[in-house]
Ligand binder design. Structure first.
Ligand code: 13P
Length: 253
């Protein structure tokens, strides 16, 4: 059975004191995770050791990074590699968030290299895809997202692709309060899964977790997560409030 995942993306938010308070609240919260469910916290890199310490011994709870460099080591000032992250206990790394694609000019080809680097050391890429508003308005989102998947992931073997988590995040729904309807989410998640079916076969496609991201909140999580091809969420704003994110974890079906 594929995993259901509630993933928090704190982005570039919170002071150390605020991060500590939020983690303490999360540790004290009454969330429940089944055997096939995970909660993942992608905190700013500088707070990773703190989050690892606070969340240690919590079953099925993981700390993630929001990005990594594609090379293992070397003269890349300011960068952090997937193997460095793994060496401190981080095995989940977000790749290709739309904010990195837009503000840091990350291309599909670069993201393919990052995915390769993460998989090469046995860690898990959380690969983001999703269309801007203009593409949604032109109703060409399926082809747009399919190209993102093809260009960055379809060189992988079946054994490798099942280790990738997909996060579909329509850019028009990120931080806007505008959520895709559960029907819109289901429609494109099913399309994404059909792309994996066409390339790798149904058995492989059915093992891949596809998360929805874009204004997920406690109030809409249950409805969105109840869709058959939605396997959880990648959550920005609402993950900064312990009660909200706890409710989102508990909304995993
Ligand atoms: P919001 O939940 O704030 O819309 O952000 C979504 C997101 O970008 C998560 O990666």
């Amino acid at each position: 059975m594929r995993k259901q995942i509630a993933a928090a993306n704190w982005k570039m938010n919170l002071s150390l004191a605020q991060a500590e308070t939020l983690l303490n609240e999360i540790v004290a919260s009454a969330h429940t995770l089944g055997a096939d469910q995970e909660a993942v916290f992608a905190v700013p890199a500088i707070y990773i050791p703190l989050a690892l310490a606070k969340l240690a011994n919590k079953p099925n709870v993981y700390v993630a990074a929001q990005n990594c460099h594609q090379k293992e080591s070397g003269a890349y000032t300011g960068e952090v590699s997937a193997s460095m992250l793994q060496s401190i206990g981080v095995k989940h790394i977000i790749v290709g968030h739309s904010e990195r694609r837009e503000y840091f000019a990350e291309s599909d080809a670069l993201l393919a290299e990052k995915v390769n680097a993460i998989l090469a050391i046995g860690s898990t890429p959380i690969f983001c895809c999703g269309e801007p508003l203009s593409i949604r308005e032109a109703d060409t989102q399926n082809a747009f997202v399919e190209a993102q998947l093809k260009n960055s992931l379809f060189h992988l073997s079946a054994d490798a692709i099942v280790k990738v988590v997909i996060a579909y995040e329509p850019i028009w729904a990120i931080g806007t309060g505008k959520t895709a309807s559960s029907a819109q989410a289901q429609e494109i998640h099913a399309y994404i899964r059909s792309c994996f079916t066409a390339k790798y076969g149904e058995a492989v496609a059915n093992q891949i977790s596809i998360l929805y991201g874009g204004s997920v909140k406690a109030s809409n999580a249950k409805e969105i997560f109840s869709q058959p091809d939605v396997d959880g969420g990648l959550v920005g704003g609402a993950s900064l409030v312990a009660t909200e994110f706890t409710a989102i974890i508990n909304a995993l079906s």
